[in-house]
Write a protein that binds this ligand. Structure first.
Ligand code: FAD
Length: 254
């Protein structure tokens, strides 16, 4: 079957972090009143490089489905073709893509859910949170306990901090835990790697509910997104804590 190729025009561009050269990009899909997708899915962007070769790269949708718009969160990869092309895209310019693709989506009905991300792996988590707590529609979180454990190196690289803080302040069942691996003295929050907090979050949740960690683990789903090493370490940890592989969803960016 022929894949439908869409054209998207850049309508908004925000530099999220100067040091990480990370951008929030908003696109509008040309000629469509709606571009429907499930939170957590990705699109495949297509462009021709300087050798005339067609290049395709996947990018997670960093928003919930919203009319004909979608958001991306992209950082420059040193020497990389596509990430730098997107980071250099000017407002009004267009790019082609196909999709949406992928099974990195929330279960229905929703269960308690732990989201684990580093760097731009925050993109699908932003989509999940926007879907669960839509700005103009009723809460879709069904009262489930939701955690977002987010790791970056420095405070300047905590993408979308204001958004997630606001969601956590407005929704007591959503817990936002950013942690820094190379924090400065002045940082008052969590320090270390995401794995350190995944274990404590799940253990505390089990004991609050009078359950063993293994039985509490059977009732939740985990979503991990980022670079391969972090994804592997967290998959191992979650299996060790009693989650079945069907409960562990992951997206590897490299
Ligand atoms: C399902 C999926 C979703 C993705 N979503 C996002 C997203 O939301 N935001 C985003 O910024 N990226 C995302 N990526 C990664 C993206 O597809 C590209 O791999 C990335 O932008 C680099 O492409 P490039 O053409 O610039 O580099 P390339 O020319 O492909 O690679 C240059 C070098 O960088 C290494 N490399 C590739 N990707 C990364 C990376 N992410 N970090 C560090 N080194 C890397 C390669 O091994 C290679 O050595 C996703 C990948 C997948 C598979």
């Amino acid at each position: 079957m022929e894949r439908k190729i869409y054209t998207a025009r850049l309508s908004k561009k925000i530099l999220l972090s100067e040091s990480a050269q990370c951008f929030h990009l908003r696109f509008a899909v040309e000629g469509q009143s709606a571009f429907d997708f499930l939170a957590g899915q990705f699109i495949s962007m297509i462009a021709t490089d300087s050798h005339g070769k067609q290049q395709t790269r996947a990018y997670s949708l960093a928003s919930a489905s919203r009319g004909n718009q979608f958001d991306l969160c992209v950082n420059r990869v040193e020497g990389g073709f596509f990430s730098n092309m997107l980071a250099d895209l000017n407002l009004g310019e267009t790019i082609q893509f196909h999709g949406p693709h992928g099974l990195f989506t929330l279960p229905s009905p929703l269960t308690d859910t732990i989201m684990i991300a580093t760097g731009t792996g925050i993109a699908p988590m932003r989509g999940f949170v926007e879907h669960l707590f839509p700005p103009t529609q009723p809460d879709r979180s069904e009262g489930r306990s939701l955690w977002l454990v987010y790791g970056t190196r420095y405070e300047t690289e905590i993408y979308y901090q204001d958004f997630f803080k606001k969601m956590a302040a407005e929704h007591p069942n959503f817990h936002y835990l950013p942690t820094l691996s190379r924090s400065q003295e002045s940082w008052k929050g969590l320090r270390g790697y995401v794995q350190d907090y995944v274990r404590s979050v799940l253990t505390e949740h089990a004991s609050r509910n009078g359950l063993t960690t293994a039985s509490a683990s059977q009732q939740l789903h985990a979503y991990i997104c980022g670079l391969n090493n972090m994804v592997s370490a967290n998959r191992e940890l979650l299996k060790e804590m009693g989650l079945d592989k069907k409960q562990i969803h992951f997206e590897r960016y490299d």
